[in-house]
Design a protein around this ligand. Structure first.
Ligand code: AMP
Length: 195
C-alpha cells in the first residue's frame, strides 16, 4: 500500500500517518521529520536547510526527492509507505511519479484532509501552549501563515493533479482522530483490494 496524505500544516497528517503505520505495517515517511533529524545531526543537508525551514519556506525539490527516493528502497518500506509532507508542489509530484515508475511502484491513494483554517491556527496555538518546551522552531504564528500561504499557492495544485489520475479521496478532517482514521482505512482497503 502506498499513499499520500495531503493537507495544510496542522491538519493531522502526522497523527493519521502514525495510525496507518500501526494498522497496516506500512512506513510513515515524513520529509519534515527527516529534515529536522538532519538539522539536529548537523549533516550537510541539515546545515543547508535549517534557515529555509525556520522561515517556513520550502527546501529545494532535489533535496526532498532524493531523500524519498533513497528511503523507499529501504527494507522497512517493502509493505508500502505513507508520504506525509511530500510532495509539496507539482514538480515534486511529477518527480515522484517518474521515480515510482522507474522502481515499478505505483500509488494506491491520495488522501486530502479537508480542514477549517481558523481551527488550524487554534490547534497549533494549543500545541504551543500545551508543550512550550517542545515547540518546533517553525511553530509560531508568522511562520504558520507563511506555510499556509505556500500550501495554497504550491501544494493545492496537487489536488487537481491527483484528481485527474483518479486517486484523490477527500476526507473531512475536522472530525475525531478515530473517525478520520476509520474513513481513510476503509478507502485504503477498498483501493488496495485488501478489504
Ligand atoms: P513539515 O513538518 O511537513 O511541516 O515540514 C517542515 C518544513 O520542512 C517545511 O516548512 C519545509 O521547510 C520543509 N519541508 C518538508 N517537506 C518538504 C517538501 N516536500 N518540500 C520542501 N520542503 C519541505
Amino acid at each position: 500500500m502506498r499513499l499520500i496524505l495531503l493537507g495544510p500544516p496542522g491538519a493531522g497528517k502526522g497523527t493519521q500517518a502514525a495510525r496507518l503505520e500501526e494498522t497496516f505495517g506500512i512506513k510513515q515517511l515524513s520529509t519534515g521529520d527527516m529534515l529536522r533529524a538532519a538539522v539536529a545531526a548537523k549533516t550537510d543537508i541539515g546545515v543547508q536547510c535549517k534557515e529555509i525551514m525556520d522561515a517556513g519556506e520550502l527546501v529545494p525539490d532535489e533535496v526532498v526527492v532524493q531523500i524519498i527516493s533513497d528511503r523507499v528502497d529501504e527494507p522497512d518500506c517493502r509493505n508500502g509507505f505513507i508520504l506525509d509532507g511530500f510532495p509539496r508542489n507539482v514538480a515534486q509530484a511529477e518527480a515522484l511519479d517518474r521515480m515510482l515508475s522507474e522502481k515499478s511502484m505505483s500509488l494506491d491513494l491520495v488522501v486530502q484532509l479537508v480542514v477549517d483554517e481558523g481551527a488550524l491556527l487554534s490547534r497549533i496555538e494549543s500545541r504551543i501552549a500545551d508543550n512550550p518546551g517542545a515547540v518546533r522552531s517553525d511553530d509560531n504564528e508568522e511562520t504558520l501563515r507563511k506555510r499556509l500561504k505556500i500550501y495554497h499557492d504550491q501544494t493545492e495544485p496537487l489536488l487537481p493533479y491527483y484528481e485527474a489520475q483518479g486517486k484523490l479521496h477527500k476526507v473531512d478532517g475536522m472530525r475525531s482522530i478515530e473517525e478520520v482514521g476509520r474513513d481513510i482505512e476503509k478507502k485504503l482497503r477498498e483501493v488496495s483490494g485488501t478489504g
